[in-house]
Design a protein around this ligand. Structure first.
Ligand code: NAD
Ligand code: IPM
Ligand code: MN
Length: 357
């Protein structure tokens, strides 16, 4: 039995996480996963109260089976250092190289593209390298004659991390029906990172003859996602491109309110990873009851899957499918329901299906 660390965080983070905890209680009742939860206080409030203290991230990895994270980001901390320390710290110090960001359309009405006529045309996963690139914190401002006039943000890409992200992407492509993998980069403008990603992609492709590989520059990929989303199955990209493309891709299936993510170390069998929505703390709607809790519920579901708790995972997925096909939805999906009403609906759908088993 292990314990889940729950970090509700800021803004809508605590609102959506409250629904995840309700869902977990129902799942626990129905499937007896034995997973306990413990809430950790890290948030903007906590940082403002305690100052810039260090957080023992390795201890989190040792103590808990996984982390469920709401969102971090607060206008009172404009440089975002608390979020970087917690989210970046978890990803980098626990070496969670792989970030899966699936996008799957359930109901045509949730896709804003008029030329998408079949829900099956939007079913892709962005695999984002999660620890490197410009996120490594290498760089600074050049001080000298004109302080602050030159800023450097150095992108670091190591073969080790690139390989881990690529391998996860190839394995995922192999496991999906269409067996297709697209490398997205900017190798036409990045003469160092470009060849590293390209050569490792080609080298690994040799071991996956069953996976159909192709390549797009990131600018063209951003366009293709809108022009022809059906061409995408698994998409692999470096950290910053993966971040940007996954917000864009989320819109194909209804937006950030239904975009989950899983970050994990593919070689770690005791710590399962960090599971969080793709979205942030959404200060514009925080406190209004308008936040869609489904992205966080779906991230929780990705955790169940990664832990091998298949029956529980399937039950949550079916409940999400059912809710997304109905009309009790939050405003981002065109409805008028509140955060807690959608959470309650998911809970009832899981409990009802459990009775039918
Ligand atoms: P955001 O994802 O918080 O919000 C973007 C837009 O999407 C907003 O209009 C918001 O209302 C809407 N939205 C997001 N989640 C929603 C949901 N569940 N239901 C309905 N609508 C939703 O991005 P932002 O506004 O650029 O950033 C706000 C803060 O969040 C910033 O401090 C940013 O750094 C932080 N952030 C944190 C994470 C994270 O914790 N993993 C991710 C992204 C951004
Ligand atoms: C995300 C967020 C983070 C990122 C921010 C908050 C640092 O946008 O999780 O997608 O860029 O990775
Ligand atoms: Mn992002």
């Amino acid at each position: 039995m292990s314990t889940l660390a729950v970090i509700p965080g800021d803004g809508i983070g605590p609102e959506v996480m409250a629904e995840v905890l309700k869902v977990h209680a129902v799942v626990e009742d129905a499937f007896g996963t034995g997973l306990k939860t413990e809430v950790l206080p890290y948030s903007a409030d906590w940082f403002l109260e305690h100052g810039d203290v260090e957080i023992d991230i390795p201890a989190i990895g040792r103590t808990y089976g996984a982390v469920l994270l709401g969102a971090l980001g607060d206008p009172r901390i404009p440089d975002n250092r608390h979020a970087i320390r917690i989210i970046g710290g978890l990803r980098q110090q626990l070496e969670l190289s792989v970030n899966l960001r699936p996008v799957r359309l359930r109901t045509l009405a949730h896709c804003p593209l008029k030329h998408v006529r079949d829900v099956g045309d939007v079913d892709l996963v962005v695999v984002r390298e999660n620890t490197e690139d410009v996120y490594v914190g290498v760089g600074g401002t050049v001080r000298g004659g004109r302080p602050g006039h030159v800023a450097m943000e150095v992108g670091v890409h190591t073969r080790w991390a690139v390989d881990r992200a690529l391998e996860a992407a190839f394995e995922l492509a192999r496991s999906r029906p269409r067996h297709r993998l697209t490398l997205v980069d900017k190798s036409n403008a990045m003469p160092s990172a470009g060849p590293l990603w390209q050569s490792r992609f080609r080298a690994l492709a040799a071991s996956y003859p069953d996976v159909a590989c192709d390549h797009l520059y990131v600018d063209a990929a951003a366009m293709e996602l809108i022009r022809n989303p059906a061409r995408f199955d698994v998409v692999v990209a470096s950290n910053l491109f993966g971040d940007i493309l996954s917000d864009e891709a989320s819109m194909l299936a209804g937006g950030l309110g239904v975009a989950p993510s899983a970050s994990y170390d593919p070689e770690d069998t005791s710590f399962f990873g960090v599971f969080e929505a793709v979205h942030g703390s959404a200060p514009d709607i925080a406190g209004t009851g308008r936040a869609n809790p489904l992205a966080s519920v779906m991230s929780y579901s990705l955790m169940l899957d990664r832990m091998g708790l298949r029956a529980a995972h399937r039950a949550v997925e079916r409940a999400v499918d059912e809710v997304l096909r109905g009309d009790l939805l939050t405003p981002d999906l065109g409805g008028t329901a509140r955060t807690d009403e959608v959470g309650d609906l998911i809970c009832r759908a899981i409990a009802r299906r459990d009775k039918d088993r």
